[in-house]
Write a protein that binds this ligand. Structure first.
Ligand SMILES: [Zn+2]
Length: 61
């Protein structure tokens, strides 16, 4: 089974938050929600989405 993860730290924040999901769209939703709440993100535009996608790690579990 494949698990997708993303670390907030990899997006340039000094933060230990990590999101996990089986689906890219769901993972983006989870990290975006965290960015809204904790880091003052106001708009999830394509540029930010692309940056998130580049930082997604794939783990086989
Ligand atoms: Zn964070």
């Amino acid at each position: 089974m494949v698990k997708l993860t993303i670390e907030c730290r990899d997006l340039g924040n000094d933060c230990d938050f990590q999101a996990k999901s089986n689906y890219v769209d769901d993972l983006i939703y989870k990290i975006a929600e965290h960015l809204y709440v904790k880091h003052g993100l106001t708009q999830l535009n394509d540029e930010i989405k692309d940056r998130i996608k580049w930082k997604i790690k794939v783990k086989n579990i």
